[in-house]
Design a binder for this molecule. Structure first.
Ligand code: GCU
Length: 384
């Protein structure tokens, strides 16, 4: 019943390609003062910082600069998970500022028998908390830990709401309020998407201390709201070697200017805790945004980006998700990297990989499924 209700509300939005307004995307390679960016160094040292600041200021908000410490504690261990394939650990990240602390749990599985260090995949999990035993006992396509281990990856995940509640009234219980010592968030301060991305960075901090993990080969992954957070996470933290943004739609991989499916107005109204206050001002005037989401992808360049859509998930605008990947290509090119640049989308269930970017559109609805993971891991095998 809930799905029916949600879909009927979504029906009021535009799904007609002929009604997508004519738009011009901001050029990532033009500086704020109109100078053209002509070299990779200019992008990395000058323009990239400008774009990052624009996104912080206008879309996701700014993370605090307050100094903090993080410690990690193992709360449970499973030495021979999956018949000896891996070791599972329930972990706790303890974030301290002066005499105050904030904790959030996460789960990590590392392969037991490896030659050399393994790459790792951190999933921003917007579904539920995963106890170790459950992860082993019940195969879950949303987080197929055994598949990752068998393919030689360490796998970690945490639940979004444990870092920052996914609830417009949940501020007081989250990491943002902890950093602000209970003060209300400033208009340009970070919101939940950025906070979840920050959580992924703390899990990376931990993985970087694990001797069997190669900290230079860690990917961040998320689905839907988690896919928005994964992209921004990799934009903010260059230690991520790759990002996978699945069915992430508005505020994720999809171009805002298309106003196809979910719009800035709808997303900032329904989820006011996801984006900074400035973003709400672009409701109904997306064409005035100083950035668009292809530039969020460009911020990850020359590192790897994988985007996936589902053909029935029109709310997330598959064309807009693919389009932003293509529109980021000039930045990859300037950095000497190949990436997807064909304007026409690939056929359903036919992944397209070119250098540092990859994409597929799966048949079916909104979701993160085993086939999505398989395609993504094929891509990751290539780029890492
Ligand atoms: C809602 C929301 C989307 C989001 C999705 C999800 O549909 O409008 O922006 O991606 O939830 O996280 O599943």
């Amino acid at each position: 019943p809930q799905r029916v209700k949600k879909l009927s509300a979504q029906n009021e939005f535009n799904y007609d390609e002929s009604k997508v307004p004519a738009y011009e995307l901001p050029d990532p390679l033009t500086m704020n003062d109109s100078t053209k960016v002509e070299t990779g160094e200019q992008w990395m040292n000058q323009r990239r910082g400008e774009v990052l600041e624009l996104f912080r200021d206008q879309v996701y908000g700014r993370r605090p600069e307050t100094k903090y410490e993080v410690q990690f504690e193992t709360t449970a261990e499973l030495k021979d998970a999956f018949d000896g394939l891996a070791t599972g650990r329930s972990m706790k990240a303890i974030v301290t500022i002066e005499n105050r602390s904030f904790e959030f749990p996460f789960v990590v599985f590392t392969p037991n028998h490896t030659s050399g260090k393994t790459p790792a995949v951190i999933a921003i999990n917007n579904r539920y908390v995963i106890p170790l035993e459950k992860a082993v006992a019940e195969a879950d396509p949303f987080w197929p830990v055994k598949t990752m281990l068998q393919r030689g990856y360490a796998a970690a995940t945490f639940y979004t709401s444990d870092v920052d509640p996914d609830n417009k009234n949940g501020y007081a219980d989250g990491i943002r309020s902890f950093f602000a010592d209970g003060q209300a968030p400033a208009d340009d301060a970070w919101r939940s998407l950025s906070a979840w991305g920050w959580g992924a960075s703390r899990v990376l901090d931990y993985l970087a201390t694990v001797p069997s993990v190669d900290a230079t080969r860690i990917a961040v992954v998320g689905h839907s709201r988690g896919g928005k957070a994964a992209l921004w996470s990799a934009a903010e933290d260059s230690r991520f070697a790759a990002a996978y943004s699945n069915n992430s739609g508005c505020g994720g991989a999809a171009l805002s200017r298309r106003t196809y499916g979910e719009t800035v107005k709808r997303i900032t109204t329904a989820f006011p805790h996801w984006f900074c206050a400035n973003f709400t001002a672009y409701a109904g005037r997306e064409s005035e945004l100083p950035v668009d989401q292809h530039e969020a992808i460009a911020l990850v360049a020359p590192r790897a980006v994988y985007v996936a859509s589902a053909d029935e998930d029109l709310w997330a605008d598959p064309r807009g998700e693919y389009g932003s990947l293509v529109a980021a290509a000039p930045v990859f090119k300037l950095l000497g990297k190949e990436s997807i640049h064909e304007q026409a989308m690939p056929a359903i269930n036919q992944p397209r990989i070119a250098g540092q970017t990859g994409y597929h559109i799966r048949s079916g609805g909104h979701g993160l499924e085993q086939s999505d993971w398989n395609h993504f891991l094929d891509f990751l095998d290539n780029v890492l």
